[in-house]
Design a protein around this ligand. Sequence first.
Ligand code: GLN
Length: 299
Amino acid sequence: MNSNQDTTARRPNGIWRLGDILREGTLFLSSRQIENPRLDAERLLCKVMGKRRIDLYLCHDQPVSPAERAGFKNLLLRRASREPLQYILGETEFMSLPFRLSPHVLIPRPETEILVEMVLNLVPVREAVSILDIGTGSGCIAVSLAFYLPRSGITAVDISRSALDIAAENAVLNGVQERIRFQILDIRSPESPPEFESGFRFIVSNPPYISQPEWETLAPEIKNHEPGIALYAGADGLSLHRLVAEKSFDWLQAGGMLILEVGLGQADPAGEILRKKGYRSVASRKDLAGVERIVSGIR
Ligand code: GLN
């Protein structure tokens, strides 16, 4: 995509077509070692052209204006600098629902869907259940629970105002804003979330869990672009799990359940934290890659 690579000279009539620039973009991302060059180029081109992926093929002969080509080039350069595709697009999908994103929030991961599905398997659809989501970020957990449990009442807290703004936007996008209460809360402060006196049936959280040694090994997409505050969690990556387990003990109803996402190798130590605090029936659950990803316990 720099001037040396510009192949305009090979096109005497100067007309660029969708198929041409898609090919160019794919080659460019591939030359920059981007993992899925074709898919990423397609998604970026769709954004520039306001098209669906299928349209790229149906309209591959459609001429592209210089402004559109420049817009595409600009997005390709951002992706080549390792900005995650989802931030460039400004959106993603989680639990088959649309979510807006900004660099203030973590990109929802498919592993986290296991946590949501676990709650959905435990609660009958029509039940009016109260749930607290700690560190809601994009709101992916809170919003999808509210969507699939239409009588649930959810409290979603985060330390970051910018994250809560995105989460609230996502609640509106998915039509569940009436049933989620968003509140700024620093879990390290002595404050409690609203409505904690009656006790939550479930407390769910995907807290930051990257340890100091693991931090160094992260892909540039993550380390340089996703919010450190949503990722980094001290020497062993469990500092937030300790806090959440501690606080949640007071905020859960008797018989209520705490469900936490953990990183690779953290299920045993996290389970130990829960047991020591007094949680019963501590258990873990694997994700699709076979990693023990979710740890739960009953108050
Ligand atoms: N709850 C959000 C998610 O699961 C944010 C998690 C975080 O920022 N650590 O994606």
